[in-house]
Write a protein that binds this ligand. Structure first.
Ligand code: ADP
Length: 186
């Protein structure tokens, strides 16, 4: 099953995708993780991505689409996958559609984790204290949320119009939310 996981920063996409990966036995593809790995490795792509990431802006579509195209060209995705953090704007959503229709493997379901803004700010402040991610500082978090509202929120409409979207309440304990996601795949 080919799944797109949507939701604002701090909505728990990464945590839930890791659990879904175990349950469904399909790869978890996170553009954020792929980009952070590129930054850490100091690759040319990482060097280009870093400034945008540190500012809480989106990395260019060209870079991210190249990364995704390469990842989706690997053989382990034949049984499906969970996309996390991608697509993040309408250009990426359309590009993904085109890529997947070329492969004859359309997205099966888009799951949107919904969490209110107050909870998100609290969760990200906690994560900043625990993990020290460089883009979890207050000013950058605020910018990531604003980028989400302006550029990423429309992606839920894109999948909604195609009848692929299911909204899932992202508040509760991790296992409960995971079960809600699994139920939403039926
Ligand atoms: P979060 O969802 O908590 O903001 P991610 O790990 O998904 O965290 O992304 C971290 C950063 O990586 C984003 O703020 C952005 O700069 C970059 N990024 C991740 N995915 C994309 C994407 N699909 N398009 C553009 N930039 C991206």
């Amino acid at each position: 099953m080919r799944i797109v996981l949507l939701g604002p920063p701090g909505s728990g996409k990464g945590t839930q995708a890791a659990l879904l990966k175990q349950r469904l036995q399909v790869p978890h593809i996170s553009t954020g993780d792929l980009l952070r790995a590129a930054v850490k490795a100091g690759s040319p792509l990482g060097l280009k991505a870093k400034a945008a990431m540190d500012a809480g802006e989106l990395v260019s579509d060209e870079l991210v689409l190249g990364l995704i195209e390469e990842r989706l060209g690997q053989p382990d995705i034949s049984g499906g996958y969970i996309l996390d953090g991608f697509p993040r704007n309408l250009v990426q959503a359309e590009a993904l559609d085109q890529l997947l229709s070329r492969l004859g493997q359309p997205v099966d379901r888009a799951l949107e984790l919904t969490v209110d803004e107050e909870q998100i700010v609290q969760r990200l402040a906690k994560r900043a204290a625990e993990e020290g991610r460089s883009d979890d500082t207050e000013a950058v978090v605020r910018n990531r949320l604003s980028v989400y509202h302006q550029q990423t929120a429309p992606v839920t409409g894109y999948y909604g119009e195609r009848g692929l979207l299911v909204e899932v309440n992202g508040i509760g304990d991790i296992e409960t939310i995971n079960q809600r996601l699994v139920d939403a795949l039926d």
